[in-house]
Write a protein that binds this ligand. Structure first.
Ligand SMILES: O=C(O)CCC(=O)C(=O)O
Ligand SMILES: [Fe+2]
Length: 265
């Protein structure tokens, strides 16, 4: 794994709210992670969330045709756990975000199937059960992500202007710009990345992805990370019912079983 980040990359991440790391994975690591993701996705069938506690199934809605979305695969795959919750990526998330310690929020495989719908513009953190300006996501390309098959696009610097209002990932992909009209003038940047490379983005950076105009799949393995000390904001998101019901707004989210620490180890 190529986990070295240059000072320039860290600077770019903090300025733009995203940064690309080419060749994060070696060819052998890419093959291993890709096989593990394929197997875990297949094992879940129509179920969206691994672990057996959150009932959510995919159907044939517009959203289901944005991507095949499978969450918390680390719970059923030791290989995925080793990559996504390991100290290598863990340390990178802390270096980029500039925080001392990070926990996993959730992982997710996001697979744009052939001819999939575009991913509407959105922010990640407002979906989650904590609000933080330092949350970070990693998006690892398991296939070459191109302008043709649905690579990511960003509004650079939007993380500094955004608050925690959000738009859904719906059929009108531009809903987010109704909430943040100031993003329109900034413009957008595409982030194509070869298989094995990745993009990191801040939880408040505006991003979306194009449609998959090809007959091939665009597979990605992703995860969102929560700075240590983050507190419950009242939203359930992916929290199992038993934890959601017991949580009070303001509680520190530090359940080691649901949100293991990824750095320091
Ligand atoms: O893969 C996609 O189409 C969207 C990815 C995304 O929104 C994310 O990783 O936060
Ligand atoms: Fe996202």
């Amino acid at each position: 794994m190529n986990t070295h980040l240059t000072p320039r990359q860290i600077e770019r991440y903090r300025r733009d709210g995203f940064v690309v790391q080419e060749n994060l994975l070696t060819a052998a690591e890419l093959a291993e992670l890709r096989a593990a993701v394929d197997a875990a996705v297949a094992a879940l069938g129509k179920s969206r969330v691994a672990g057996g506690e959150v009932a959510s199934e995919e159907g044939d809605s517009y959203y289901d045709r944005v991507f095949t979305q499978k969450l918390n695969l680390w719970k059923i795959s030791p290989v995925i756990k080793r990559f996504m919750l390991g100290p290598e990526i863990g340390r990178m998330t802390c270096e980029l975000a500039g925080v001392p310690a990070m926990r996993l929020w959730h992982d997710q495989a996001l697979i744009k199937e052939p001819f999939a719908n575009p991913t509407g513009w959105h922010l990640d953190d407002p979906y989650w059960s904590f609000f933080s300006r330092d949350a970070i996501s990693i998006w690892i390309a398991l296939d070459d992500a191109t302008l043709e098959n649905g690579c990511l696009y960003y509004v650079p610097g939007s993380q500094r202007l955004a608050d925690f209002r959000n738009a859904g990932i719906g059929e009108n992909i531009a809903d987010l710009f109704k909430i943040y009209p100031e993003f329109k003038a900034i413009g957008t940047v595409s982030a194509p990345v070869k298989a094995g490379g990745c993009v990191f983005h801040n939880g408040l950076t505006a991003h979306g992805a194009g449609a998959n105009m090809t007959n091939g799949r665009r597979r990605a393995m992703t995860a969102g990370y929560m700075p240590e000390g983050s507190t419950f904001n009242g939203q359930q998101n992916i929290m199992p019912d038993r934890l959601f019901k017991a949580a009070k707004v303001g509680d520190v989210l530090n359940n080691d079983d649901e949100n293991p620490k990824v750095w320091p180890v």
